[in-house]
Design a binder for this molecule. Structure first.
Ligand code: G3P
Ligand code: CA
Length: 258
């Protein structure tokens, strides 16, 4: 089924197409971005890494093996070499010849028609030199400052963004240990103080940690919260009822306004 939200509700909640509309097309490709543009999603989320020659590319893992026809670390290949790989065929042969996009190509495809949530990852061997500044430069070059948001799990990455000479909103991603227990139990989590994230607009959490009490406590500390990744319409609805400001989903096509 689908989740139908009233237009009134839709103004208050944010639907995020996770890795593009990755339920419909290979994750983090231009095909997934285009599918997401055709949905009611407000944001498109993508992940970025950096090539050997310092180009920012859109892919989830630090290695090529799972989603492309290549093998090994992204940081061991130049952009020209990465562009030879197929990033679609492993998802479905109908998407053969889809390429690993650069961040610039994704920005050009989105063109401000939706917001873009860019997650900065780290490499197998640690942080990518200069990636934060490179991402900011690409955003500025394409005049995308008004519709881009940056997120990361890693404090050193966020700190580099906060030190930069112009401001893009940031979200801090957190995840704790997820024991084998049912989701949505209403427990108070012990993530410690979020004071050091005061520059972030939101603290984004795994759905396992989405309880009314935790979401309320984040709101009381002045943060919004987006929850990842929920693909069942009834569960997306439940997260909004708990107070989540945004929900990341591989299936934004299942959420409609009426
Ligand atoms: O947007 C948050 C979520 O994408 C973080 O997890 O592994 O899908 O990048 P991951
Ligand atoms: Ca991500």
């Amino acid at each position: 089924g689908k989740l139908f939200l009233l237009k009134k509700q839709a103004r208050k909640v944010t639907v995020v197409a996770h890795r593009g509309a990755s339920g419909l097309a290979p994750e983090n490709t231009i095909a997934a971005v285009k599918q997401a543009l055709a949905t009611h999603a407000d944001f498109i989320e993508v992940d970025v890494h950096q090539s050997k020659d310092g180009q920012v590319v859109v892919i989830h893992d630090a290695t090529l093996d799972r989603t492309t026809t290549g093998k090994g670390k992204i940081s061991d290949f130049t952009l020209a070499e990465l562009k030879e790989l197929d990033a679609g065929v492993k998802h479905d042969s109908a998407f053969a010849n889809e390429r690993i996009p650069t961040l610039a190509q994704v920005i050009k495809a989105v063109k401000g028609k939706k917001k873009l949530l860019i997650e900065l990852k780290k490499g197998e061997d640690g942080y990518y030199t200069g990636m934060e500044q490179n991402v900011l430069n690409i955003i500025r070059e394409h005049k995308a400052e008004d519709w881009t948001v940056l997120q990361s799990f890693y404090d050193p990455i966020l700190e580099n963004i906060w030190k930069a000479d112009f401001v893009i909103p940031t979200h801090k991603l957190i995840v704790g240990k997820i024991p084998f227990l049912p989701v949505y139990i209403d427990h108070t989590l012990k993530f410690g103080s979020f004071d050091k994230y005061s520059e972030a607009v939101a603290i984004n959490i795994h759905r396992y940690f989405a309880s009314k009490s935790f979401i309320t406590s984040l709101h009381n500390q002045g943060f919004k919260t987006f929850v990842w990744t929920e693909n069942k319409p009834e569960n997306i609805k439940r997260l909004f009822e708990l107070g989540a400001d945004g929900v990341m989903t591989d299936n934004p096509e299942l959420v409609e306004w009426k």
